[in-house]
Structures are given as C-alpha cells and as structure tokens.
Design a protein around this ligand. Structure first.
Ligand SMILES: [Zn+2]
Length: 274
C-alpha cells in the first residue's frame, strides 16, 4: 500500500502534469470508484472545471478545482498516468478506471488493478466536515507537540498502534512507524502512558526526518511504480529495522526481532529499543 511519501511523490508529479488544465470530458470504466456519489452529477460538476492545485492530506490527494475538490485515495494499487492524445497503451487500458480529458488533449487516467481506490467530489465548504478528511490527525510536519503528548500519555494502547492511528497522527504507515520507533529508541510494545515528554519529542523529530528522507528518495521510481513492500524508490535500501528480521542491527549488532502488535508485523532491535 502506498504510504505518505509515495503519495507525496505522486502529488508532485501530478502537479507538473495538470495544473491550470481544464477537464473537458470524463469517461468511466468502473463506477465503483465513486465513493457514495452519483455518477451523472459527478460528470456534470467536474466538466469544465480548471485544476488549480494538487494538494495532499494524509494519504488523500486533493485536486483543487474551480468550484470543487476532487478527493482521490489510491488505496492498494491506484496509479495515475498521463497519456498523450491517440496513444493507446494496452497495459494501461486493461485496468483503467476513469479517464479525464484535459484541454491540452492529454488524458489523465486513473488505473487500479485491485479496484480499491476511491474518488469523490466535494464543495470547498465541505472540506472541514468531510467524514474521511476531518477524521485525520495532523501530520508530523505540522502536529502540535503538546497535543500529541496528551493523546499518547492518556492511552494504554501500545505506542506502535497509537502511531498507526491516523486520527492521532496522520501519515505514518507500518514501515515508517517501525523506523521511527527504532530511531527514537522506543520499544514498540510500550504503552502510551509510559512515554515521556522527551520521547514524544523524539518521535515527532524522527517522523519528520524519516518521511522527508523517504519523500526525497521516492521521486526516482514514480514511472515504474513498485508497491512491493510499500516502499518506493531507494528508501528501502536505508531501512534500519523493517524487513530485517534476524539481521544484525546497524547500531549495536544484535539480531532484529519481529513480532505482531495489533495484527501488524513489527520489527525492532531488542537492545536499542527500551
Ligand atoms: Zn540495536
């Protein structure tokens, strides 16, 4: 599943492709992509809308149009392609879900092998109350240290589970939580209430570092997008604990351990992480 750095990488590419383009037509190949909204009104509303910006909130892509926001979630394997007029690529055609014709003649195609991705169109005034967007917590880049600490400190849930909860902190997926806890020297099994103020600060700092590094390295692989292991680009070569069960810890040489917390595979160094 693409995580925040992969989605941010996609966002940057989309920005280059579609800013200031107007959507002149829409074609559907799989109606299930629409999250509880009517297809006819979707088409009527989105036609002739200009794409003014491509933003991101958590793992949601937000196409800011003249009068609406198109929300897109890639889920497991959603991808975007920009196809030049008259070019037919059988690989893309097979799993295309929706195609937006732009006023420069190019088509922006949403492609999804698994068909789990979702899209919907909302008005600007609905952004703050939208059920998927409003549930999202702040990302590490903008989160308030005190507020995060209050939420963690008042919980008996495991720190690993807390950091995966997108309502508490948005944007950290399974791989990145393992990495962040390693850098913060925190055992993933600890309860939220045992976390100190200092450790809370470390969690935020390392979340920012890890995500920024992954975003930096994610850029190179966007056109041949690999979701295997959920890490794009070269970042997978820098993983400290994730996917390294029984290998030596880079810091202390102990064997990396793997366990399950809240149903999720969790990697950690038993010596470095207290
Ligand atoms: Zn270690």
């Amino acid at each position: 599943m693409p995580e925040l750095p992969e989605v941010e990488t996609v966002r940057k590419v989309l920005e280059k492709w579609v800013i200031d383009k107007t959507i002149t037509d829409v074609e559907f190949f799989y109606n299930g992509v629409l999250d509880g909204i009517n297809k006819t009104s979707f088409i009527n509303n989105i036609k002739n809308q200009k794409i003014k910006a491509v933003d991101r909130k958590g793992k949601f892509l937000l196409f800011k149009l003249s009068d609406y926001i198109l929300i897109s979630h890639l889920r497991m394997e959603g991808k975007y392609y920009l196809v030049k007029e008259n070019v037919i690529d059988p690989k893309i055609n097979k799993h295309k879900i929706i195609s937006f014709t732009l006023d420069d003649g190019n088509k922006l195609i949403y492609h999804d092998v698994r068909k789990f991705g979702k899209m919907k169109l909302i008005k600007y005034e609905e952004e703050s109350t939208d059920k998927s967007l409003s549930k999202l917590g702040e990302e590490p880049f903008s989160i308030n240290e005190e507020e995060l600490y209050k939420k963690i400190k008042s919980s008996k849930r495991k720190i690993k589970t807390l950091l995966l909860d997108q309502a508490i902190i948005a944007g950290l997926g399974n791989i990145y939580v393992d990495e962040v806890l390693f850098f913060s020297n925190i055992h993933p099994n600890r309860e939220g209430e045992s976390i100190s103020k200092k450790e809370n600060k470390k969690i935020i700092e390392h979340s920012i570092k890890v995500l920024n590094r992954a975003i930096e390295l994610g850029g190179s692989s966007v056109y041949s997008y690999h979701f295997a292991g959920s890490v794009s680009g070269k970042f997978q070569n820098e993983l400290q604990v994730y996917g390294r069960k029984d290998l030596e810890c880079f810091k202390c040489g102990s064997k990396i351990a793997k366990t399950k917390i809240g149903g999720r595979g969790t990697h950690f160094c038993p010596r470095c992480q207290k």
